[in-house]
Design a protein around this ligand. Sequence first.
Ligand code: DON
Length: 581
Amino acid sequence: MESTIVPKMNLTKSLLAFVVIVWVSAACQRALPGVTLHQYAPQKSAVSASSMVVTPHALATRAGLEVLEQGGNAVDASIAVHFAMAVVFPRAGNLGGGGFMVIRLKNGETDALDYREKAPATAHRDMYLDSLGNVIKGLSTDGHLAAGTPGTVAGLIAAHQKYGKLDFKKLLAPAIRLAEAGFPVSGAEADRLNSFQSAFRKFNTPPNPFLRENWKAGDILVQKELARTLRLIQDKGKSGFYSGETAREIVAEMQSGGGMVTLDDLKKYEAKWRKPLTGRYKEYKIISMPPSSSGGVALLQLLEMVEPYPLSQWGFQSKEAVHLMAEASRRVYADRSQYLGDSDFFPVPMDSLLNERYLLKRMADFNPAKATSSEAVGAGNFKVALESFETEHTSVVDAEGNAVSVTTTLNSNYGCKVWVDGAGFFLNNEMDDFSVKPGVPNQFGLVGAEANAIQPYKRMLSSMTPTIVEKNGNLFMVLGTPGGSTIITTVFQVFINVAEFGMDLEKAVNSGRFHHQWLPDLIMTERGAFNPATRSVLESMGHRFQEVDRIAVIKAILKLPDGRLNGVGDFRNPDDDARGN
Ligand code: DON
């Protein structure tokens, strides 16, 4: 018996081995040497005594770690991540978009870099309206006319010039490698690529590496044109993108589809260093992004408004806490729509908006037992001297304690869906973040007015909220997220989850979220992740609810009491990845 069983087992084993070999060699044909799907299986949480990188993609995290290992600092690492994201996370990582970087050095000094896209010179207030003054559907979101002048490359170069330690060329090396050799796309990316094929075809013609049916996890994406552009940037710095071949390719692409960006727009683009916005919440200091993002102002307003109330006593998703936070959000987003825009063009009344007495007054009509109607709330009233999906966030802390929080975007998935022929990257559709007509909601349902009206060279208002938090003077937390209008309330809630509800970082990131943005007048909740008892009480108080699949995708780092760093990527993006070294 035994002698027959043994060969049988061997046969089974051999068969199994054969199947494995066939499967592996098929996978190897798809996955190039050096990068396999298995190798970049994402890791959602990590603890390290030295440095930490959290990004939306494991290959980008590794690019950051590689640079840290070569002696780079957190700024160098975030730049390397950014370039790598342009390759491995094409739906939001970018060369053709823009973003914001908030920095806290180990000595406590802070800085903020604005490399948001700008409206081109020929852009004008009514450019997305028809002759009757109505918004032309899709014009600010799809195709060439939706693109603003990209800021990313100028931003990364400016960040490196001021804070970089490693040779700039080294920061592009991982991205160039990944673009040239290719990498296996994840299941999540394959799904997106499949769902946008018809949009890609509408605005692009073959050959184009993204035009392909039936993407599957593990399929290799090689981007030769992008590799060439990255090499030009590596060799020539800013002029590798904003003048010469790349600039000519962008302009040719624009001209082929009625876009606005010209050689002169590109030549004139500059990233801008700004004073970070800071505020206090109990023993915490919040360091965040000023305009052209609304993120920092809104976050500080929210915190100031809820500080007098016993949130920790009420507890997570209690009716009192949700009601208070939703009512504060209602008022903050009403102010956003009226007063927030690019401060280089509109006198954003920062002092008034962040004034403690103003914010207390703003909450004076807060009724603990009843929802206020958004119609009744409106924007706060004070005088202004008059003369506005898919994004990615990276949090990095290096071994010396320098911290970087950076959020960048093309706005929608793959931006306006236009891929620059020859140069190999997608362009943003950030023009939709302007208020294209007062009171008419953009793709995130946000409304705006004069403050965020379109003007040549102006930056469109953002909600991106890259944030760093100190506790008692020491680095405590680095966080940020994609999510359009929900970015602000998500950063707010994840911080409150830690600071008031005593959650560890994983729980704080992965717990259910809600969102209120004044208009529409409802509380958005994540399907199946909101306390039903709280919901019915709040409905009886006059709140309306809408369920959505997910709200934002946090990437955060928390300094633990023993000094180690805990990095956490969100379960909501299967590719989010946290790693230390
Ligand atoms: O700047 C903004 O606020 C938007 N363009 C961000 C877009 C976004 O987060 C889309 N992602 N989910």
